[in-house]
Design a protein around this ligand. Structure first.
Ligand code: AHG
Ligand code: MN
Ligand code: MN
Ligand code: MN
Length: 312
């Protein structure tokens, strides 16, 4: 039966969000417009990633970002595209990006009520060898957006109204939550549309995979080292876990969402509060994890309510 093989009822991401919006009569469609600009950015980055080697998009841009990392050409290009798409949406007032030293305050004429925090290109070290990379974003609502201030962007994760990521992998997948579950959409390149392929994602209750950069083990604290040791040499009767580590948080979290298990980037002697960036990496991913029935911890407390998360 052809219809079994081919999807014919196409739930695009726009149709999905419009459906959701219709459940809230007070909604003015601002989020739908914001999301369509985020989606445009993701499609652009996807297309750039796919032709990176051909279009001379591989390699360094020549600048260093605020984290002290050398920026790749694709870090800079992706950031430019997202900043411009978000500003022109007319629905944002503050933007915070990994690649910009200062927050962007949108000019008054284009201001809207959302603050977007984002990592335009996650997994930069994997760009040049064609391994999965992604974009991460989180959205806050700003009450008084006529006079935006920085503290409106520096809110705890529990205040986020939406979060998501797009993974540029063997297919391009956008995973989104607006606070009522998690849905995954796959880009159909021939249509240029993200289609709902992973409705209501729930993380499996048990997982056989642990994911961590074990090369840092000598700098870990005792409990972390013991936990990982136990993944490999479990007590009599249970089987060891499998190790998978890509080094792109988007890809490692995506696998964890679909297959279950644990992903962690513990604090170590080199980075006492962990390497992952709280605002645009840890908060959005923690939001998605919890919405999918999982958990996100700093090692001491729930990530969403704090400001120094180190473990997801
Ligand atoms: P980014 O490429 O946006 O700077 O983020 C890299 C982060 C994250 O994606 C990943 O989980 C982690 O760095 C990998 O770090 P290691 O190379 O130290 O394992
Ligand atoms: Mn970086
Ligand atoms: Mn990142
Ligand atoms: Mn990045």
């Amino acid at each position: 039966h052809a219809a079994d093989a081919l999807r014919t009822d196409l739930m695009t991401i726009t149709r999905y969000v419009l459906n959701e919006q219709s459940k809230h009569p007070e909604s003015r469609g601002d989020f739908t417009i914001l999301l369509s600009h985020i989606v445009l950015g993701c499609k652009f980055v996807c297309s750039s990633v796919n032709k990176a080697g051909l279009a001379k998009l591989i390699g360094l841009a020549g600048e260093t970002n605020v984290q002290g990392e050398e920026q790749k050409k694709l870090d800079v290009l992706s950031n430019d595209v997202f900043v411009k798409a978000l500003v022109s949406s007319g629905r944002t007032c503050i933007l915070v990006s990994e690649e910009d030293e200062e927050a962007t305050f949108v000019e008054p004429a284009l201001r809207g009520r959302y603050c977007v925090v984002f990592d335009p290109l996650d997994g930069s070290s994997n760009i040049d060898c064609g391994v999965s990379i992604g974009t991460i974003f989180g959205v806050y609502m700003v009450k008084d957006f006529t006079e935006p201030t920085l503290d409106q962007a520096l809110q705890p994760g529990k205040n986020m109204v939406a979060a998501g990521y797009c993974m540029y992998g063997s297919s391009c997948t956008l995973v989104l939550s607006t606070g009522s579950g998690v849905n995954g959409f796959t880009l159909d390149p021939s249509l240029g549309e993200f289609i709902l392929t992973h409705p209501d994602i729930k993380i499996p209750k048990k997982g056989k995979i642990y994911s961590v950069n074990e090369g840092n083990a000598k700098n870990w604290d005792g409990p972390t080292a013991k936990y990982v040791e136990n993944c490999k040499f479990p007590k009599e009767g249970s089987s060891p876990k499998s190790l998978r580590y890509i080094g792109s948080m988007v890809a490692d979290v995506h696998r964890t969402l679909l297959y279950g298990g644990i992903f962690l980037y513990p604090a170590d002697k080199k980075s006492p509060s962990g390497k992952l960036r709280v605002l645009y990496e840890v908060f959005p991913m923690s939001f998605l994890m919890e919405q999918a029935g999982g958990q996100a911890f700093t090692g001491k407390e729930r990530v969403k309510t704090c400001f120094l998360p180190v473990v997801v």
